[in-house]
Design a protein around this ligand. Structure first.
Ligand code: ARG
Length: 588
């Protein structure tokens, strides 16, 4: 479906043309002054120079033609040259009826669908999932859903950090504790055990212990580094331990992400791309891109226009080890070979921006990716506590994701039980759904690149710009719809009638912006625009609800029309929260 603003623009363009002006001046947008009109066109102002005329004269010429047009109930030229437009109720009702019968509620799929890879989540295997990884998962998941809804082919890849020093630490600590295990017997040639030598609980304890110990003990640290090196160079026993760590840890990650309603298409990681590194390095050397700098192999990526120094991309350390840059480049080699995406979006902490500038430039310069591939870095800000510092537990430790989720759930549980009588089981289920919405909405309603304060009290409130408020509104609509369905006299295919009150019209016009909002949110990879929109829609709906007798309306056709409008509102809200990555309960 055409957007409302497009339909109006087309009509106003005809008027500009008829009045003898360039039709490209006719761009119409939502009014900046909703107290005066619903839409506005500022084209007369832009036309003033071209036609050497006062803008108000141009505006008046256009208005003269538009007056009486069935699309508008009021058209006005206002000094210095605005054209103020108020839509005719019939037009608004027609638009709503079209929206009602459209499968995607008026959203049109992209005319040039792309193949997009999203690299998000990025947890480090065997290290606890903490709130820093939460943002990547939440934002990436939403962007994935938005792009998909607009008709793009999207492949989400978790890109595990599974090849680093943490693995060496775990191997070293395990050897210290259980030196008798076959993995550590150099002469062992048999099959290694199938069951891992640790549970997830143990693994979660081993890593922090080893990490802390290594900081204090140089020898231990060196041993861990050596274990990392051996692992990366194919040590048979260490590889077997690595596979155990992966199996145990990935199973746990899958559970965690499932609880977050986050789903990856690919569970690939840094380890998977190691086989691509030797050939890639060889080529970079042969083709003269890479050179030695103090023993390290680097590719220069600075450009003339740089205002600050961009250091070279590091390909190999002086000891021949691969680095973070190397792995990300090799990952692009694999993605080009296996997927050939049109675009790759990285949803990563904005403090890693420089790394991605280097990697992107290097990948383009050396032809690792085709010139037309778009590489996008979507850096997000830090999630802070109320003290303005990175979010911590009450005791000041790193906040684990699971703990954060359970604390929020607990908070919601209390609130739900205060509000109404519910069974323990139902309260638990609702708390989980609403708690997740509180976290996700709290995060997504901020522009991703900004730091924000994670405020449990505010995020879990049922009032204000929060996830629970949005859900509460949806639940309210569902409950009215359910009551109507169970009443007898209902219309099979209700028609939406022209609005009779200003608030009803406002509700229609607000819901009618759905397609425009989604398109913008997709173009700008900006879920916060969807949040702002549904907050506005929920507010308008709640005003409508308070000012309108819906179920007690005696005119059946009007009642059915209200119900259909509620259906659209609910549909729009539900699609939006699905694009944000959460859902609404039936009651709360
Ligand atoms: N594992 C990394 C970290 O925790 C994030 C990975 C981001 N993605 C990437 N392709 N580098 O910092």
């Amino acid at each position: 479906m055409k957007k409302i603003s497009e339909e109006i623009t087309a009509r106003v363009a005809l008027a500009f043309e008829k009045a003898g002006y360039d039709k490209d001046l006719a761009k119409v947008k939502v009014s900046d002054r909703p107290d005066l009109c619903e839409y506005q066109c500022n084209g007369a102002m832009a036309g003033a120079k071209v036609y050497r005329k006062a803008p108000i004269m141009i505006a008046e010429d256009v208005v003269a033609i538009l007056t009486g047009d069935s699309m508008f109930s009021q058209v006005e030229a206002v000094k210095p040259g605005f054209i103020n437009l108020t839509l005719h109720p019939d037009f608004v009702a027609r638009y709503m009826n079209e929206m009602k019968s459209d499968q995607k509620l008026g959203v049109e799929k992209s005319k040039s669908p792309k193949k997009v890879m999203i690299d998000y989540g990025g947890p480090n295997v065997a290290k606890p999932l903490h709130v820093g990884h939460l943002r990547s998962a939440i934002i990436g998941e939403s962007i994935k859903r938005i792009l998909r809804f607009m008709g793009h082919k999207v492949i989400g890849d978790i890109h595990l950090g599974d090849w680093g020093y943490q693995m060496g630490l775990i191997i070293t600590e395990l050897q210290k504790r259980q030196p008798e295990l076959p993995y550590f017997q150099e002469e062992f040639e048999g099959e290694y055990p199938e069951t891992p030598p640790f549970t997830i609980g143990e693994l979660e304890e081993i890593y922090p212990t080893a990490s802390a110990y290594a900081k204090e003990h140089e020898e231990y640290r060196e041993e861990a580094l050596r274990a990392t090196y051996l692992l990366q160079n194919g040590h048979r026993g260490y590889r077997a331990i690595w596979r155990h760590i992966m199996a145990v840890s990935v199973a746990d990650l899958k559970k965690n992400y499932k609880n977050l309603n986050v789903e990856f298409d690919l569970w690939k990681g840094e380890a998977d791309v190691q086989p691509y590194i030797p050939d890639m390095v060889q080529r970079l050397k042969e083709e003269g891109y890479a050179h030695l700098d103090k023993g390290a192999l680097v590719v220069d990526v600075k450009e003339e226009a740089d205002t600050k120094e961009i250091p070279p991309c590091m390909i190999l350390k002086s000891d021949g080890a691969a680095l973070y840059d190397t792995t990300d480049l090799a990952t692009l080699v694999e993605r080009e070979e296996k997927i050939r995406p049109d675009e790759v979006i990285y949803v990563v902490d904005k403090r890693q921006e420089l790394h991605f500038v280097q990697v992107f430039r290097c990948a383009k310069k050396t032809g690792i990716v085709r010139p037309e591939v778009e590489l996008k870095f979507l850096g997000f800000g830090t999630m802070n506590g109320k003290d303005g510092k990175p979010f911590k537990t009450r005791e000041g430790g790193v906040m684990r994701l699971e703990r954060l989720l359970s604390e929020i759930e607990e908070e919601m549980h209390q609130k739900i039980k205060e509000n109404r009588e519910v069974s323990q089981e139902e309260a638990g289920k609702i708390a989980r759904i609403v708690g997740l919405a509180a976290i996700k909405y709290g995060d997504l309603s901020n522009q991703a690149s900004k730091d924000y304060v994670f405020d449990v009290d505010r995020f879990t409130s049922f009032e204000g710009n929060t996830g629970p408020y949005i859900l509460y509104t949806i639940v309210r609509i569902k409950s009215i719809l359910n009551k109507y369905v169970t009443s007898e006299n209902q219309n099979a295919e209700p028609i939406i009638l022209p609005p009779v009150s200003p608030i009803e019209k406002e509700l229609m016009l607000t819901a009618g912006k759905f397609n425009e909002v989604i398109e913008t949110a997709c173009e700008e990879a900006a879920p916060h625009k969807i949040c702002a929109f549904i907050y506005d829609l929920a507010n308008v709906f709640n005003r409508f609800y308070h000012e309108t007798k819906i179920l007690s309306e005696s005119d059946e056709a009007r009642k059915a029309s209200y119900i259909a409008l509620l259906g659209i509102t609910r549909g729009v809200l539900e699609v939006c929260i699905d694009l944000l990555g959460f859902e609404a309960p039936d009651r709360m």
